[in-house]
Structure formats: C-alpha cells, structure tokens
Write a protein of this length. Structure first.
Ligand SMILES: Nc1ncnc2c1ncn2[C@@H]1O[C@H](COP(=O)(O)OP(=O)(O)OP(=O)(O)O)[C@@H](O)[C@H]1O
Length: 223
C-alpha cells in the first residue's frame, strides 16, 4: 500500500504524510507520542475518515478485506460465539465449529462461548475482537492499541497467533501500540510519527525470512 501527499485537518491538528510505503505481507508498527495522529491515520486507511487530499493506493486490497480493531471494541449484544462468527455470516461462509472452538480455546474463551459478550472483561473483549478480525482471512488488519488491556500471557498468545498467520499465509498488519517491547518483538518495519508526520522508518530486514538485520532509513518519508 502506498500513501502519497496525504493531508487531513481536524480542528488544530493536521496530518501530513508525504510518502509512506506499507509493504504487503509484513507486520508494520506505528509508534509515536499521544496525539501525533496514529489513530487518525488508521481511520483514514480504514475509510472511516476521508482525507482532505492525497492518494492511497491499496494495491488490490478491497475494503471488505480490511479490518480495524479499536481501543474499545464494538461487540454486538449477543453471545461470544455469535460475535465471533458474524464476519463469516455476512460473507455467507458457513462456520466450522471445530475451528471456531479451537480459536476460542486458544484465547481462553471457550468456557464463555454461550455467554453474552457484554459479560466479558475488557481484556477478554479485546481478545474476542481480535479473533473476530482474523476469522475471515482479511488482507489488511489494523490494530489500534488493542494490546493495552492484555495480560502478559495473552499478549504473548497474540504475538504467537500473528506469527502463525504470517508463516501460513502472510497478510499486512499495521499495529499502533505504546507497548514498545511487543512492537519491537513482532514488527518487521516500524514507522515513527511525530506531530502528524512520519519522521522515520526502521526495517528489520528478513525478520521472518532469515537475516534479522536492522536497517534504518531516514528521510525516506520526505519529512
Ligand atoms: N474527531 C475529532 N475531533 C477533533 N479532534 C480530533 C478528532 N480525532 C482526532 N482529533 C485530534 O487529532 C489529534 C491526533 O489524534 P489521534 O487520536 O490520531 O492521536 P494518537 O496518535 O492516536 O494518540 P494516542 O496515542 O493518545 O492514542 C489529537 O490532537 C486529537 O485531539
């Protein structure tokens, strides 16, 4: 995905990204201080906000193949299971209950399968929203601070699940997080933002493909 000359003004805030390359099939992290525009950028990429100007080339990814997890996940007033299979239902895909049970078991939610989603804790809600996001095999998943309420064990579990997905059939991930350790553990490219712009990109070359060597590209963004 290629972003060129993107601009969005909201009140006194201005997002201005001259150039950002989101290489497909990789795990990207976005790091930056509070209020620097990380969520605004994700919302633009998800089609929730319309930019004032700029070009976003999704390189073949359709809007129905994009999913965004927000800090406070929206869940339907229905059971955990119904929430989980909803993305499949709207795409007319019949859920394989063995597979869905396996996902719930991995996330420690199998015991709550028939409970109302509203009865879940905030961390459990985040886990359910993650499972629901990956169940329909999207091409782009954007995660906005979804790891913030997870305990260490759950965070590790999600890192492992993301790695497993990448090993089988790599998709593109954009992960916004203040959990710097998790971002550094997981991401292949890290984009640093400040005051509405991307100021630096850091790539760990071949992280899941061999060398693990770190390269820093400065000035690549034109910032
Ligand atoms: N709907 C809105 N109305 C007014 N201002 C907004 C709106 N959405 C975002 N902003 C402003 O845009 C700026 C960037 O917000 P954004 O949520 O993208 O920051 P962030 O980098 O995600 O921060 P954090 O790390 O705190 O989540 C902030 O100053 C925020 O107040």
């Amino acid at each position: 995905m290629k972003i060129t000359d993107l601009e969005k003004k909201i009140g006194n805030f201005c997002l201005q990204i001259d150039h950002l390359d989101i290489e497909p099939g990789r795990i990207h992290g976005i790091i930056g201080p509070n209020g620097c525009g990380k969520t605004v950028l994700l919302k633009i990429l998800a089609g929730i906000y319309t930019p004032d100007s700029g070009i976003i080339d999704y390189e073949g990814i359709g809007f129905r193949e994009i999913t965004m997890l927000s800090q406070r996940p929206y869940l339907m007033d229905a059971s955990v299971y119904k929430n989980l299979i909803y993305p499949l239902q709207i795409r007319h895909i019949h859920p394989d209950e063995n597979k869905t049970d396996e996902l719930l078991r991995k996330a420690g939610l199998l015991g709550q399968k028939r409970q109302y989603a509203r009865s879940l804790s905030s961390g459990e809600r985040q886990k359910l929203s993650f499972l629901r996001a990956v169940i329909f095999q999207p091409k782009l998943v954007m995660i906005d601070e979804t790891f913030s309420n997870l305990d260490t064990e759950s965070e590790t579990l999600f890192i492992e699940m993301i790695r497993e997905i990448q090993k089988k059939e790599p998709i593109t991930w954009i992960i916004v997080s203040h959990q710097l350790e998790a971002v550094h553990q997981l991401c292949e490219t890290i984009h640093y933002m400040e005051k509405g712009s991307v100021i630096k990109n850091e790539t760990i070359a071949g992280r899941y493909r061999g060398s693990g060597q770190r390269e820093i590209e400065k000035g690549h963004t034109g910032a």
